[in-house]
Design a protein around this ligand. Structure first.
Ligand SMILES: NC(=O)c1ccc[n+]([C@@H]2O[C@H](COP(=O)([O-])OP(=O)(O)OC[C@H]3O[C@@H](n4cnc5c(N)ncnc54)[C@H](OP(=O)(O)O)[C@@H]3O)[C@@H](O)[C@H]2O)c1
Length: 281
């Protein structure tokens, strides 16, 4: 199997490439300096030349709040860029794995979201990621879509690193305690992705680490595990100046992974322990 990975300078793309290396699966990780996914002709040529069996598409516009001010740019990357890849995969008979987000849901329901629930994104980022999903479904039969949430990995910025940075300066942050979800350790997700692309169990999945929490609980656990004597101050979404609307309930059901015979990710607390070790490596 030969795999092309976009977004390889980012958190997830980096870990997917490392996991495939570990399994001796031929892969090439690329980022914007190798291929700008918004350039349709370039994408078609690149994929035709490399001739992958699977493209794991991790590249994206991920600045959720900034996206509210530059919706065209966000749409160009997350929707059109994804479409360019899906069309090139179709032309070359390659499968595609697209990473999506909990932000496709409005988060108003109290239920745990299943992959079959109807998305209704409340932000530019969520809308463009959903458009990306739709174009993958419309253009390519051989596709996997995995919705993840609250990602953290070594190769990039994320909430865990932000909290540790504040902790080192002894700053006690205010953290929302009315948004519920689950963190996703990109190293754990990379294991699932490597398993999935070795199968033909196409479809839409949810994958995060096991267990649910609020951002406040997540922050408290980060400080506890880092042995920092900091108690974050709980606050409400309304008290926090986010530009983009976030889903209050982004708890995703991972039952479909079990039904299809895939291993689920370990608990988010266990993932955090291993992430701290990885940061020290
Ligand atoms: N991070 C999260 O909390 C989270 C949550 C849910 C879903 N996701 C999804 O998970 C996937 C991986 O996220 P991540 O956190 O690993 O992202 P990331 O660290 O932001 O990496 C994304 C990579 O894509 C690159 N990129 C941006 N525009 C591009 C273009 N036009 N052509 C080629 N490459 C381009 C970025 O380059 P630059 O840095 O130079 O822009 C960056 O290296 C994304 O699809 C994201 O939407 C992430």
């Amino acid at each position: 199997m030969k795999v092309l990975i976009t977004g390889a300078n980012g958190q997830l793309g980096h870990d997917v490439s490392a996991e495939l290396d570990k399994r001796h699966i031929e892969n090439r990780g690329i980022d914007i300096e190798d291929l700008d996914i918004t350039k349709k002709e370039d994408v078609a040529c690149y994929i035709s030349d490399f001739d992958p069996d699977v493209v794991v598409h991790c590249a994206a516009y991920t600045a959720v709040d900034k996206a509210e001010d530059e919706p065209e740019k966000c749409e160009k990357i997350n929707f059109k860029g994804t479409e360019n890849i899906a069309l090139a995969c179709k032309e070359n008979d390659a499968a595609m794995l697209y990473i999506s987000t909990d932000y496709v849901f409005d988060g108003a329901s109290k239920e745990i979201w299943s992959p079959e629930d109807e998305p209704d994104p409340g932000s530019v980022y969520g809308r463009t990621k959903y458009q990306g999903e739709q174009t993958v479904r419309e253009n390519l039969e051989k596709h996997f879509i995995i919705r993840i949430a609250w990602a953290f990995g070594k190769n990039g910025n994320n909430f865990v690193k932000t909290m540790l940075g504040l902790g080192k300066k002894n700053i006690v942050p205010k953290v929302v305690d009315d948004q519920f979800g689950s963190p996703t350790y990109t190293r754990d997700l990379a294991v699932l992705i490597a398993d999935m692309i070795g199968s033909d169990k196409y479809g839409t999945y949810h994958a995060t680490n096991e267990g649910f929490c609020t951002w406040h609980e997540f922050a408290s656990e980060i400080f506890k595990k880092a042995k920092m004597d900091i108690k974050p101050i709980p606050c409400k979404t309304e008290d926090y100046p986010f530009k983009a609307k976030r889903p209050k309930n982004s708890r995703l059901s991972k039952d479909k992974l079990t039904e299809k015979g895939f291993n689920r990710l370990p608990s988010w607390q266990d993932a955090l322990d291993r992430y701290f070790k990885e940061l020290e490596e």
